[in-house]
Design a protein around this ligand. Structure first.
Ligand code: MLT
Length: 208
């Protein structure tokens, strides 16, 4: 199967040195979904928002799943490769710095961002992962090559994420070199104001 382009929205900040926030929606969302959220983060970042190339009964996703929380890992590998190749090419045509990309993903979008962190250590400068779960059952340790700073937020009552597995996933990210700030909120899979407030603070402290 050949790589396909992804639908996207790109909004340049006007500053050639700016970081680019890579917005990755949840299941059933699209490239417009997370734009209102990042308006909370100020106007100093370029915005690149993608739509996942997979359709699950009409609902866009970034990769296929076999059931709730059971991922089609071959498709996840392919879609991660496809997305990274697309972003690298788009950096040339849209004129953003591919070494200054910070993913911001919710749920399914957080999971392809996590797959990118572990498959391409060094590609993302940072990542905001809202309600993520470990993308691959087994993750090969490629050494501490990632320099990514990661904001990771979970819901204590989230029925879609195995709470026991979360700490193991954080440990994998840390052993790959990522610097992880973890928050857990007394909520479910939904995003809360606390996710937005704390990730905004983290972003302004880590990337300006
Ligand atoms: C997934 O990637 O499937 C998520 O964890 C759950 C969802 O997107 O609904």
């Amino acid at each position: 199967m050949d790589f396909q382009p992804l639908k996207y929205i790109y909004k340049p900040s006007g500053n050639p040195d700016a970081y680019t926030l890579l917005l990755l929606h949840g299941t059933g969302g699209d490239e417009t979904d997370l734009i209102p959220l990042v308006q909370n983060f100020g106007d100093s970042y370029n915005i690149l928002s993608l739509r996942g190339n997979v359709s699950e009964n009409g609902m866009p996703r970034f990769f296929k799943r076999l059931g709730m929380g059971i991922f089609d890992e071959a498709d996840l590998h392919f879609r991660t490769n496809e997305m990274v190749a697309f972003i690298k090419e788009l950096a040339g045509t849209e004129g953003f710095d591919p070494t200054k990309v910070i993913a911001l993903g919710y749920s399914n979008g957080a999971n392809i961002a996590g797959a990118t962190l572990v498959k391409y250590p060094g590609f993302l400068a940072g990542a905001i992962l809202y309600r993520p779960m470990q993308p691959f059952k087994t993750i090969e340790n490629k050494g501490a090559n990632s320099k990514a700073r990661v904001f990771f937020s979970s819901g204590q009552l989230d029925p879609t994420v195995n709470r026991e597995a979360t700490q193991g996933y954080i440990d994998i990210l840390k052993s790959s070199g990522s610097d992880v700030e973890f928050h857990e909120f007394p909520t479910g899979h939904n995003l809360t104001q606390a996710d937005i407030t704390l990730s905004k603070k983290w972003l302004s402290e880590n990337f300006h």
